[in-house]
Design a binder for this molecule. Structure first.
Ligand code: NAD
Ligand code: UGA
Length: 459
């Protein structure tokens, strides 16, 4: 079969895999190839044991794989054949040299630019899908235009807004699709070519076109605003615990104002995930590099508040378990950074586990999807850690339960049975406020929600 367009995606991760699977499913007349340097990942995409867990993803992959969706390690061949190349490689925070701990590490991204130049034989549209510092497209253009082949590359920014755990739904029903391009004739043509992909299933009214820098910066700003809401409500959870106010009631009352809205106002042990922290750090770094220290300090505080919330959670556990957790069996219910994913990148669970291990607790980590990653995250830490997928077995003989991830199934656990199997006094620290605290108290637990009055049996 001859395809109308050849689309390539470099980077088969949490973004590249699901995004291209949806594009392939919705555009059967386009050939979509996803390439990666990681052969194991590519092999996973070619089986029914996909390398990432996302509800509904396997069905979408199965619909298109082998028809017009292909996963491969042959990056050079992919580049040669492509009309449009999405670049969806990782852009983590730099861990070395200038800007370490703040700036984006652009080495993977830059490598793809050089690879494109090396293998391309004709003009192509290059789409920034990765989240990048504002004005990265300029550097991309400079590398790409330095080719002796007389090839023209048009760089377009099309940041991705999907959330893990709901990636397929987010891709199928996005709030918007953002496409930034040069304000030139060829820039507009390239933006239109990308819009034409999405309009197969997205309402044209939801496609926003901007200049390149607005698109790049909007992505960082969207993540910063979302994280800021979480930090804002988390800061209030601390004040609630001092004053007897209930953070759930506050979220509801405040979120009912249509100007504010109800979403992203769930108090938690803190936001995790591979992007919020890295993207805010990047925003802070960029702001400082332009001499905008007040802007940088403002956003830095969102991260500081997130760290404080995680510290507070651990302090509460230690304080309430009589100032010592030495030798005490404590179960982490959940380890993923949010529900419906196996991803543990920047999960608050990592911080909580490492601090409790420092305090010589005996940890049991339970999670329906994330235990493989949890094992890797905690591998280097001294102390006693068990990994147990079954929450009932995990809780047997434990003194404390700490909810780290808001898995739906935790809400319907038989806590009477769990309580009966635990050492007394038994404690619950609900870092997600998902459990029925009154019921737990009635069963006999001492209950410590976030930003709500504690319920204890101690006189
Ligand atoms: P990821 O680490 O899961 O995937 C990136 C992939 O790129 C890896 O498999 C890696 O092997 C591959 N890669 C790196 N260099 C390569 C090269 N030169 N050639 C071929 N492959 C290469 O990362 P991710 O979570 O998919 O994120 C990718 C980008 O998307 C980041 O910039 C991130 O900020 C952004 N983003 C992520 C999410 C999310 O939910 N994870 C959402 C929106 C945007
Ligand atoms: C986030 C954004 O929501 C996506 O739009 C964006 O594309 C993505 O980052 C990215 O750039 O990587 P994600 O990190 O997958 O998506 O998940 P979120 O649902 O945003 O949750 C992030 C963290 O905030 C999680 O740890 C979650 O538990 C926490 N959170 C979220 C709260 O603590 N309270 C809330 O009310 C909402």
């Amino acid at each position: 079969m001859t395809f109308k367009k050849n689309i390539l995606c470099i980077g088969a991760g949490y973004v590249g895999g699901p995004t291209m699977a949806v594009i392939a499913a919705k555009c059967p007349d386009c050939k979509v190839t996803v390439v990666d340097v990681n052969a194991e990942r590519i092999q996973g995409w070619n089986t029914d044991r996909l390398p990432i867990f996302e509800p509904g993803l396997l069905e979408v992959v199965q619909e298109a794989r082998g028809r017009n969706l292909f996963f491969s390690t042959d990056i050079a061949a992919g580049i040669r054949a492509a009309d449009i190349i999405f670049v969806s490689v990782n852009t983590p925070t730099k861990t070395f040299g200038h800007g370490a701990g703040m700036a984006s590490d652009l080495q993977y991204w830059e490598k793809t630019a050089h690879e494109i130049v090396a293998h391309a034989g004709n003009s192509k549209i290059i789409v920034e899908k990765s989240t990048l510092p504002v004005r990265t497209a300029e550097a991309m253009e400079q590398i790409l235009q330095e080719n002796a082949k007389g090839i023209h590359f048009e760089v377009v920014s099309n940041p991705e807004f999907l959330s893990e755990g709901s990636a397929v739904r987010d891709l199928l029903e996005p709030d918007r699709v953002l496409i930034g391009s040069r304000q030139t004739e060829s820039g507009a043509r390239a933006a239109q070519a990308i819009a034409d992909i999405y309009t197969r299933w997205v309402d044209a009214g939801k496609i926003i076109t901007t200049n390149l820098w607005s698109a790049e910066l909007s992505k960082l700003v969207a993540n910063a605003f979302l994280a800021q809401r979480v930090s804002s409500i988390n800061s209030m959870s601390a004040l609630c615990e001092k004053t007897g106010a209930d953070v759930g009631e506050i979220s509801y009352a405040v979120g009912s104002d249509r100007r504010i809205g109800p979403r992203f106002l769930n108090a938690s042990i803190g936001f995790g995930g591979s992007c919020f922290k890295k993207d805010i750090l990047n925003l802070v770094y960029i702001s400082r590099s332009y001499g905008l220290d007040q802007v940088a300090d403002y956003w830095q505080a969102v991260i500081r508040m997130n760290e404080y919330q995680q510290e507070r959670f651990v302090q509460t556990i230690i304080r309430e378990m009589f100032q010592t957790v030495v030798g005490k069996r404590i179960v982490l219910l959940g380890f993923a950074f949010k529900a419906n994913t196996g991803d543990t990148r920047e999960s608050p669970g990592i911080y909580v586990a490492s601090k409790l291990l420092e305090e010589q607790a005996v940890l049991v980590v339970s999670d329906p999807q994330a235990l493989e990653n949890a094992r890797r995250d905690l591998a280097g830490l001294a102390g006693s850690v068990e990994f147990e997928p079954d929450p009932y077995r995990a809780a047997a003989g434990a003194q404390g339960l700490a909810v780290i991830t808001e898995w739906e199934e935790y809400k319907s656990l038989d806590f009477g049975k769990i309580f009966a199997s635990m050492h007394k006094p038994a404690f619950v620290f609900d870092g997600r406020n998902i459990l029925d605290h009154r019921k737990l108290f009635q069963i006999g637990f001492n209950v410590f929600p976030l930003g709500k009055p504690k319920l204890t049996h101690f006189k």
